[in-house]
Design a protein around this ligand. Structure first.
Ligand code: SAM
Ligand code: SF4
Length: 328
């Protein structure tokens, strides 16, 4: 079966699946307080999701990430994960979560084949955490992290969105928290996405500033790792045996030239670039009875429309899909 290659010669090997646009948090940079997810009828079912993932796997996509909204809100998440990991060609299934509900399901998810886990954690201070996330319970998240460790999920990566004037005084505290638990850590620059774009950019902390803080604190212990080892992240290690940390700078240093990924929304829209509106609905043709071959042709044609790079730095950025619908 022909693999997926876009018109710039980039091979697509990674699909991020947003399983829902509902969330039990309202992170300020992501989801407006009054936002509501869309209705059930639009959402792909377990069977529809598995069918599409099977087709992507046949065309050479090997890595899949479940995200959202909050994927743990899906009651069928464990059977869905098990169905996906049993498909031929699915080599790697990972999950991004806010971990609020992880304590209850970490062991079942690990048994279903979810190994790699990304957990969003922006503060270690309960009140500040609640303020950033619209009321989140830090203690529940910390219990979720411990349950994932106990279930043997690995690697567990923490994602900290670094926010100027909000949590930038916790950059090194978070590294120490990760180090003490053998976790990896990624610092993420805010991106101007969705209705929260203006707030996000008001508190944008450029990757260079994050690096300045880390260098001030760790000095020569901050060891750069091999370029490319962390996908879109620039990777470092703290000391020869310390934790791996990464800095993801989608805005100040874009990584589009080596982009290998596309996204599928919960409603079945194939989104070709995080920073661009181009998308193609796979749900409608699938529900109208399109067969597998024709769906593969549709996907291949869509991939050829993947733009060369995102438009985040353009002077007039169009309002883009919100992050809680795209899955980050
Ligand atoms: N709810 C899950 C979570 O929070 O991990 C998965 C979905 S969330 C949309 C995925 C990632 O997107 C999170 O790590 C979050 O921090 C990140 N994110 C959301 N809005 C963002 C923004 N405006 N800029 C940068 N990252 C953002
Ligand atoms: Fe929800 Fe994740 Fe967005 Fe926070 S970042 S509002 S947890 S989808």
């Amino acid at each position: 079966m022909q693999t997926l290659t876009d018109s710039f010669g980039r091979r697509i090997t990674y699909l991020r699946l947003s399983l829902t646009d509902h969330c039990n948090l309202r992170c300020r940079y992501c989801m407006p307080e009054d936002a509501h997810g869309s209705g059930r009828a639009r959402r792909l079912s377990l069977e529809e999701t598995a069918r599409l993932v099977g087709l992507f796997a046949r065309m050479g996509v090997e890595r899949f990430r479940l995200t959202g909204g909050e994927p743990l809100l899906r009651k069928d998440l464990v059977p869905l994960a098990a169905a996906l990991t049993s498909l031929p060609g699915v080599r790697d299934l990972s999950l991004s979560t806010n971990a609020l509900l992880l304590e209850q399901s970490a062991a079942a998810l690990a048994a279903a084949g979810v190994g790699r886990l990304n957990i969003s954690l922006d503060s270690l201070q309960p009140e500040r955490f609640a303020d950033i996330t619209g009321g989140g319970d830090l203690a529940a998240v910390l219990r979720g992290i411990e349950a994932a460790r106990a279930a043997g999920m690995t690697p567990i990566k923490l994602n900290m969105v670094a926010l100027n004037g909000i949590n930038d005084d916790e950059i090194t505290a978070m590294a120490e928290f990760a180090q003490a638990r053998g976790l990896e850590l990624r610092y993420i620059e805010t991106m101007p996405v969705g209705g929260q774009g203006e707030w996000s950019m008001r508190h944008h902390l450029p990757a260079e500033q994050i690096m300045v803080r880390l260098k001030e604190h760790y000095g020569t212990d901050l060891l750069p790792q091999h370029e490319g080892a962390g996908g879109p992240a620039r990777m470092y290690r703290i000391g020869a045996h310390g934790p791996r940390i990464g800095v993801i700078s989608a805005v100040s240093r874009h990584f589009c030239a080596s982009c290998n990924r596309v996204r599928l929304t919960a409603a079945g829209d194939l989104v070709l670039c995080l920073g661009n509106e181009n998308s193609v609905s796979l749900r409608e043709p699938m529900r109208a009875g399109m067969d597998d071959e024709a769906l593969c042709d549709l996907i291949r044609a869509a991939i050829l429309r993947k733009p060369e790079r995102h438009d985040f730095n353009a002077p007039q950025v169009a309002p883009l899909r919100p992050m809680y619908a795209l899955g980050g």
